[in-house]
Design a protein around this ligand. Sequence first.
Ligand SMILES: Cc1ncc(COP(=O)(O)O)c(C=O)c1O
Length: 390
Amino acid sequence: MNIKQSEKTYFMPTTKRVDLVVKKAKGQFIWDEKGKKYLDFFSGVSVCNLGHLNETVVKAMKKQLDEYAHVSIHYYAPVHMKLGEVLAKKFGGRVFLSNTGAEANECAIKIARKFGHITGGRYEIIAFKNSFHGRTVMTSAATGQNKFHEYLKPLPPKFVFADFNDLNSVKKLINKKTAAIIIELVQGEGGIYAAQKDFVKGLRALADKHNLVLIFDEIQTGIGRTGKFFAYEHYGVKPDIVTLAKSIANGLPLAATIAAGKFGETFTYGDHGTTFGGNPVSCAAALKVIELLNKKFLDNSLKTAKYLNGKLNALKSEYNVIKEIRGLGLMIGIDLTVPSAPVVAQCLKKGLIVNATHNTVLRLLPPLTITEKDVDNAVKIIGEALSKVK
Ligand SMILES: Cc1ncc(COP(=O)(O)O)c(C=O)c1O
C-alpha cells in the first residue's frame, strides 16, 4: 500500500495533506522522496522559525536527551524550571507550560473564568469575528468563524464576538457578566489581518476600566514571527495573559501561558495540570531558541521582511490578481481576486512551499533565517504561479 492509500485507509479525514512526501528538512529547505528540493516559506505553520533542524537548537535537545526525556511536573526538572523563569521574567508574571496552542489558550480561558468567578460570577468572554484560537471544544467556541462551530452546538458558554478593529463593537458587548477579552494581534488563520494600534490601546483601557482579563493569543505571532519577540511590543500595549506555542521549541511540542500579577496567582493547587506539558527536551530547545532570538537577529528579520514586502508590492503592480498585501514582519498574506489553492499548487510544482488560507489568501510564514536570495527566488516563483491564473 502506498503512503496515499495508507492515509485514506487508516487516517481520519481531517486536514487535507499537500501532495508532498517529506524525506529531509534542513534550514529553509525541504527535500521530497525523489530528491526534489523545495524552498519552505511556511515553516510547518510557523513552527521552525529558526529553520529546520537548527544545529544549535538540536545540540541542546540532544544534551537533554542524554539526561532524560520525561519525568512529569510532579518533580523538579531543572530545564523546565529554568524555562519557566526565563519566560516569566521576559513577560513579567507566572507561567504554566503545556504542549499545544489550544492547550495554552484553554489554560488562559480557565484563568479568566476563575478570575471572573471569584470577582462576581462573571463568565462571558469577548472574542473577535474571523479569529482562530484552536481545535478543542472550548477554543473552537472562542473561535469567531462559524465553520468551526457547525456540529459542536450547543457550544460551551459563553463567547461573544466583536468586530476586529472596532472598539465600539467591543464596548457594546461589555456587561456585568463580562470577564475577559481574547484577541490575536494579527489574525492568522483568518487571512492575516493586523490589529490597529489605537484599537489595541482601547482594549487595554476597557479591560482596566471594567476589571477584565486581557488575553493576547500570540501562538502564531509570538517568538519573533513579527520581528519582535512578542507582537504586542509593536503596539506598546501589554496584556494580562499572553499565550505562546508553535515555534517556541523550533519543532518540538511546547506551549506557555504567562499571566501577570494577580492573574498569575489565580490558580491554586489542583486547578490545572498536565502530563506532558513542559517536556524537558522541548524546554531545552526553547531556552536555546530564546537565546538566539536576540535584538540583532530580530532586527535582521525585520530588514528581510521589508525587502520581501518591497518585492511583493512590485509584483502587485504587475499582477491584477493581487488585491492586497498584508501582515507584520515575516507574517504575510497576499490576498488574491482568485482562489489561492491553485496558486499554492503551482508554487509547489516550481519548488516553493506556501500556504492557502481563507479561500483567497496566500500565507507566507518563512523561517526568520531566510536570505534576500531566498526572497528573490520565492517571489520569482510566486510571479510565475500567478501568471498561470491571471
Ligand atoms: C492564533 C492561534 N491560536 C491557537 C492555535 C492552536 O494551536 P495548536 O494547533 O498548537 O493547538 C493556532 C494554530 O494555528 C493559532 O494560529
